[in-house]
Design a protein around this ligand. Structure first.
Ligand code: UDX
Length: 437
């Protein structure tokens, strides 16, 4: 008989997981405590921007396999429960806030049928799964708990969920592993690597992977700082070292650094947890990774100051991009938006345009001005900052734009614009990590 699944928490991770699991033929019920979110999802509408997800969601709801509810008792008959709730950074601390994970576990434990498997997908501090498993079995001795970290990237959430590059399952029994093999049977058939681990290792895989990615980005941003000091070009340097297959050329894009709902808070929570475990020295380097990342934001503000002769008052600064990365409307810890807000606070008139994130950005920083398109954003600008590398921005015609601005100065915060074309069109072009030539 086909397994019945529940997904607790329907944010980026949960909504995508629910729709994807339904598309594999499972009956899925998605649960969230936010009635507005559930009402939207139940109508086939995604409360955030994620390519492909809305079509898939609508299709799965129409199939009758996918339903949503705010009532946890709707999961009582499910065989497998995926916990997909958020673990944001705790206010006033580096650590992760586990309130939602704990509450979900308690709620599921009380209603679930005997023999069910609870599967954690949220990113948690190592040791959480063992604690939750003990608590689950206190309430419901026949239930079991496994950990199955999620590696999906925003902007590619559907593809990453349906075609992951590996599946990692932290289990304490063959029975739990076999249930997960049934859930992921189609991936196993496609040859997706399957890694069985114990609970702590499975939890650690996720934060280790994110720490490595953050390190790669901060490494290239550190090289950008040295290139600036030495008159080198970090884009050429990245290309050259990337040809070494041991290094690889991905995640070596120098610029204003990483943001979003995962990398920044995950490396901080990892440091906080290592400290509790007495292993803080091992992760001391992550503090530096974080500092390099935050320094990139200051470096671009310094460039703006230099170009505007230090005085930002009354200057119009056009900002292209607010999302933490392209193909997303997410502004959580977005370097682009942080830079825009800091420049605004220094007295400039900041006008932002982002193809999808204007609305979310305006909720966070209502005092900034938001334009409806590139032209409106650039009109009369004293300087243009390119901070999120949307395809639409990479394809702009610099010659056409030059007529709009007051001063043709552009700073490419993502090293994604074609420098030669902008210069040929008469722009004064600057970028992080590239000598001013
Ligand atoms: C990340 C991980 O990639 C994913 O596996 C994990 O599950 C969640 O966290 P995501 O937050 O969606 O995913 O974004 P990602 O594509 O990793 O980018 C993170 C940040 O790094 C963005 O702000 C991006 O602009 C920045 N970045 C990325 C760079 O600055 N340079 C690069 O070369 C790559």
């Amino acid at each position: 008989m086909t397994l019945r699944l529940s997904v607790i928490g329907t944010g980026y991770l949960g909504a995508t997981h629910a729709a994807c699991m339904s598309s594999l033929g499972f009956e899925v019920v998605g649960i969230d405590t936010d009635p507005a979110k559930i009402a939207l999802l139940a109508q086939g509408k995604v409360p955030f921007f994620e390519p492909e997800l809305e079509e898939l969601l609508a299709q799965e709801i129409a199939s009758g396999r996918l339903t949503f509810s705010t009532d946890i008792s709707a999961v009582a008959d499910c065989d497998v429960h995926f916990i997909c709730v958020g673990t944001p950074q705790k206010a006033g601390s580096l650590a992760a806030d586990l309130t939602y994970v704990d509450a979900s576990l308690e709620a599921v434990a009380k209603v679930t049928k005997k023999g069910a498997l609870v599967v954690g997908k949220s990113t948690v501090p190592v040791g959480t799964a063992a604690r939750l498993r003990a608590r689950l079995q206190e309430i419901n001795p026949d239930a079991d708990l496994a950990w199955n970290p999620e590696f999906l990237r925003e902007g590619f959430a559907v593809d990453d969920t349906l075609r992951p590059n590996r599946l990692v399952v932290g289990v304490t029994s063959d029975k739990a592993e076999n249930i997960l093999k049934e859930v992921y049977a189609s991936n196993l058939k496609d040859g997706t690597p399957w890694v069985r681990a114990d609970l702590p290792t499975a939890e650690l895989v996720k934060v280790a992977a994110n720490s490595f990615l953050a390190t790669k980005i901060s490494f290239i941003n550190a090289m950008a700082e040295v290139c600036e000091a030495a008159g080198g070009d970090v884009t050429v340097l990245a290309q050259a070292i990337g040809y070494d297959p041991r290094i690889g050329n991905r995640f070596l894009q120098a610029g204003i650094g990483f943001g979003g709902g995962c990398l920044p808070k995950d490396i901080r929570a990892f440091m906080a947890r290592a400290k509790e475990l007495g292993a803080d020295q091992a992760l001391e380097f992550l503090r530096e990774i974080d500092s390099i990342n935050l320094r990139a934001r200051q470096r671009i503000i310094e460039l703006v100051r230099k170009d505007l002769l230090e005085d930002l008052h009354g200057k119009k600064v056009a900002v292209l991009g607010a999302a933490f990365k392209p193909d997303s409307d997410d502004v959580r810890d977005s370097p682009a938006l942080d830079i825009a807000a800091q420049i605004h606070a220094a007295g400039a008139n900041v006008v932002i345009f982002d193809p999808k994130a204007n609305e979310n950005a305006a909720k966070r920083f209502p005092a900034l001005t938001y334009a409806n398109n590139v032209e409106e954003c650039l009109k009369g600008a004293d300087i243009v900052l390119h901070l999120t590398e949307w395809k639409q921005f990479r394809e702009l015609d610099p010659a056409q734009l030059k007529g709009l601005v007051n001063n043709p100065i552009v700073i490419d915060g993502r090293n994604a614009l074609h420098r030669e074309s902008w210069k040929a069109a008469g722009w004064h072009f600057r970028a992080l990590g590239r000598a001013d030539i």
